[in-house]
Design a protein around this ligand. Structure first.
Ligand SMILES: [Zn+2]
Length: 493
């Protein structure tokens, strides 16, 4: 397959590495004492004079670290030599600093990692690949276009005089991009509606027909602002439905550079699209990046107990998502996700309102037997303590003999001790009760938080919060279209 970008040459790679490391050292405020560059990449240490010099320097013990692109670059020879190199770094407390990671050989796990990487350093496949990616990143930071297919609205062209490619505006398509931004940002049309409209006007799409995805891609690509997007790790392994799948990460982990190409839209158009997007972040017709089912793991079929599946028909059949009972023979009919979501939201609102009233009633003082018992015990205690004071007075006034006083005082003291231990028991019970009540009350603010912020929560957030306040919910739509929804709030036992 032909790529649109140029092959990265060895010299170019080296000079890029130099630039990257320069910038890295400046950013990290590293005091660079000496720069060593090995032009020849010999197989053995002896054939790499700069490497020999490096080891001599490290051996003086005066260097905190060696900065290099890749740990693999320090060794090319046999694993024995690698071991030797590592030993010199370790005994001289010298770190190996790469833009990706700092290796401290005093740290055992780093040591093992370094060890292993050195051993495999001769097999450079991975490194070559990484180097190529890095070269491309550098090109991206210069504003060149790195992709293999130009975004809609642009055509790629080869830069003259320098290596690399950039983008040229394709006027007809640029008008369509403008139109899409206006339909979304100004006219408030959804992705699907825009796709339908464009197909209706017979405006040709890049491939086949306009779809929700192609519209989303245009509305979220900074390339139209004149930027170049660079993702650090474009592909990530993820486990999806029990299968290992490689997915493009569509999170915000990318860098933006000023492109060499002209923008098609204005900052204002871009910002307006962002604002609309933020507003509708909760609707299911959105990006494919996150979890889509707010009730993942907690929504069951009321009839058969199966976990309800979220089902998205082809957009031509139905523009909305449905919940479907997967059990063969179960007569539960499909229910629109939106309906389920609204109903559960409402049910939780009703429940919360009642629950708050219940809790408030429960917290009335009359309803607390422990508090009443405490009052009684404290009253008795006060009386006994008063009696104890009295007998002291009797003794002083000669009403009581010492013998009488001693006996009376002993019995009073015994009673007081008993009551005090009862009081302590009651206090313990009271604090346990209030802890439990606190756990009960905890569910209130969490539920309120979900209900109040619902429109601005992401689906993943909704799911996480629903799971906090609900053990499960069940739904059933009978063949006669009777809809039933039950919620099971998570209450402390
Ligand atoms: Zn069912």
């Amino acid at each position: 397959m032909d790529t649109d970008y140029d092959e990265v040459s060895v010299e170019e790679t080296l000079s890029r590495h130099r630039q990257i490391l320069d910038r890295f050292c400046k950013d990290k405020k590293l005091n660079v004492v000496e720069v060593l560059e090995e032009v020849v990449s010999g197989e053995s240490l002896a054939a790499r004079p700069q490497m020999m010099r490096l080891l001599d320097l490290v051996s003086t013990g005066m260097y905190a670290g060696v900065v290099c692109m890749d740990i693999e670059r320090l060794s090319r020879g046999s694993s024995m030599e690698a071991g030797y190199i590592m030993q010199i770094f370790q005994t001289n407390y010298c770190k190996i600093i790469t833009p990706g990671k700092t290796f401290d050989l005093q740290n055992e796990s780093d040591e093992q990692f370094t060890d292993m990487k050195f051993m495999f350093s001769r097999y450079e496949l991975k490194t070559i690949n990484k180097r190529l990616v890095r070269g491309r990143n550098q090109s991206a930071s210069e504003g060149k276009f790195m992709g293999s297919m130009a975004p809609y609205g642009y055509r790629p062209y080869k830069l003259s005089g320098v290596k690399g490619n950039s983008l040229r505006i394709e006027p007809e398509e640029a008008k369509v991009v403008q139109m899409i931004y206006d339909m979304y940002g100004k006219q408030g049309m959804g992705y699907n509606a825009i796709a339908y409209a464009l197909n209706d006007m017979h405006i040709p799409a890049r491939k086949g027909q306009w779809s929700q995805t192609s519209i989303v891609n245009i509305l979220t690509n900074e390339v139209y602002l004149g930027k170049i997007r660079w993702r650090r790790e474009p592909v990530k392994k993820v486990v999806k439905d029990g299968f290992l799948a490689k997915t493009r990460i569509l999170n915000d982990d990318y860098e933006l550079y000023d492109g060499m190409h002209e923008p098609i839209i204005t900052e204002e158009q871009w910002e307006r699209a962002r604002a609309v997007q933020a507003k509708y972040k909760n609707t299911s017709v959105h990006t494919q990046r996150e979890l889509k089912n707010p009730f993942a793991g907690i929504l069951f079929c009321e009839k058969c107990g199966a976990i309800m599946k979220r089902y998205l028909p082809h957009p031509k059949e139905s523009p909305t998502a449905w919940y479907r009972c997967p059990t063969r023979g179960c007569d539960c009919k499909m229910i629109k996700c939106e309906v389920v979501e609204n109903s559960i939201h409402e049910a939780m609102e009703d429940w919360l309102e009642k629950y708050i009233l219940e809790i408030e009633a429960d917290q009335q003082p009359k309803a607390d037997p422990i508090a009443a018992a405490l009052d009684a015990v404290r009253g008795q205690l006060a009386q006994l303590q008063l009696q104890q004071e009295n007998i002291c007075e009797y003794l002083e006034k000669g009403v009581y003999t010492i013998d009488m006083f001693t006996k009376r005082n002993a019995s009073l003291t015994k009673e007081i001790n008993q009551l005090q231990s009862t009081e302590a028991d009651l206090l313990r019970q009271q604090s346990e009760g209030s802890q439990k009540r606190q756990a009960t009350v905890q569910i209130i603010p969490t539920t309120q938080h979900i209900l109040e912020n619902y429109p601005i929560l992401t689906v993943a957030e909704k799911n996480r919060l629903w799971k906090l306040v609900m053990r499960k919910a069940t739904v059933y739509r009978s063949p006669e279209n009777k809809l039933s929804i039950q919620i099971y709030p998570r209450l402390p036992k």
